[in-house]
Design a protein around this ligand. Sequence first.
Ligand code: PEP
Ligand code: MG
Length: 325
Amino acid sequence: QKAEWEKLVNESSVTADGKHVELAANIGTPEDMTGVQSHGAEGIGLYRTEFLYMGRNELPDEEEQFNAYRSVVEPMNGKPVVIRTLDIGGDKELPYLDLPEEMNPFLGYRAIRLCLEETDMFRVQLRALLRASAYGNLKIMFPMVATLEEFREAKALLDEERQKLKSEGTDVSDDIEVGIMVEIPATAVHADIFAKEVDFFSIGTNDLIQYTLAVDRMSEKVSHLYQPYHPAVLRLVQQVITAAHNEGKWAGMCGEMAGEETAIPLLLGLGLDEFSMSATSVLPARSLIRSLSVEKMERLAAEALRKSTAEEVAELVREKVTSDE
Ligand code: PEP
Ligand code: MG
C-alpha cells in the first residue's frame, strides 16, 4: 500500500467524478518543510506559529519571525500557506508573559483574546507576516475567534501595520487573504454572518469538538465523549461550509479530523474545499479521495446528518465506503 501511495506524490487530489480538493499539511516549524514536499502536500493549511515563542526566555523579534515565515512561504512557490497568529494560553504557556492562573484555561485568556490585549507583541507578528507576504501566497488566520468584533479589531491592527510598512517603502502583497479558525460553537452557528467579512474559514475540530460536547480534549475520563462523528459536530461543520460557499468563500479544516479515513468521505460530501493534516496523512488521504465520488458522498453525508449517534455515523461510513475499498 505504501508503494501505491508514493506513486501519488505528484498527482492531484481529484475525486473519481472529477472534483479537485486541496490537500494541505499542518506544520509547527520551518523544519517540517521537508516532510511537506516529500509527501506531496498542495499547500500549508496551518502553520502553528506558537512554537516560535515557546521554549525560550524572551519574545522572538520581528526579524526572526520574518525569516521563519519567509522560509516557509518562499519554497512553496506560490502554493497557499496559511499562517496562524499566536495561539498561546490554554495548555500552552509562555514563562516570560506572566499569564494569570485560571480555573479553566481553555475558556480563558488565550489566542486572539491575548493578542488583542498584548497589542505591542501582536503588531510585531503582524509586521513579520506582512513582510513575508511579498515572497509567496501567504494567508493570515486568527485563532479562537468568538465574536465579529475580535475579527474586526485584529484586521484593523493588520491594516494599520500594512499602511506603516507601505509608507516606509516595504514590499507587502496586496491580496493577502485573512480568515479565521472556527473552533468555537458560537462562531460556527454564526458563520453566515462571519462569512460576509472573512476571506476563508478553517475549521479547528480539535477545539470545536471539545467545546461543542463540553469535553476536555486532554481528559482520559471523558474521552469517550470526545466524538468527531457526533451528528451535532457534523451539523456545525456543514453550517460553516455552506455559509462560506453562500458568500463565495472557501472552507477548510485543519483539525485532526481532516485526515481521518472515516471523516474524509463525509467532509467531501459536505463540500469541504481544503483538508489540512499532518504531512504523513496526505498520500493516504489522496488515495482515498481518488476512489470516491462526490455525488455519492453527498448522499452519504446527508444520511449521516440524520443519524442519532456518532457510532451510527461511523457504522454508515464503514458500510458504504471504507469496507469495500
Ligand atoms: C484545532 O483546534 O483543531 C486546531 C487545529 O488547533 P490546535 O490543535 O493547535 O488547538
Ligand atoms: Mg485549536
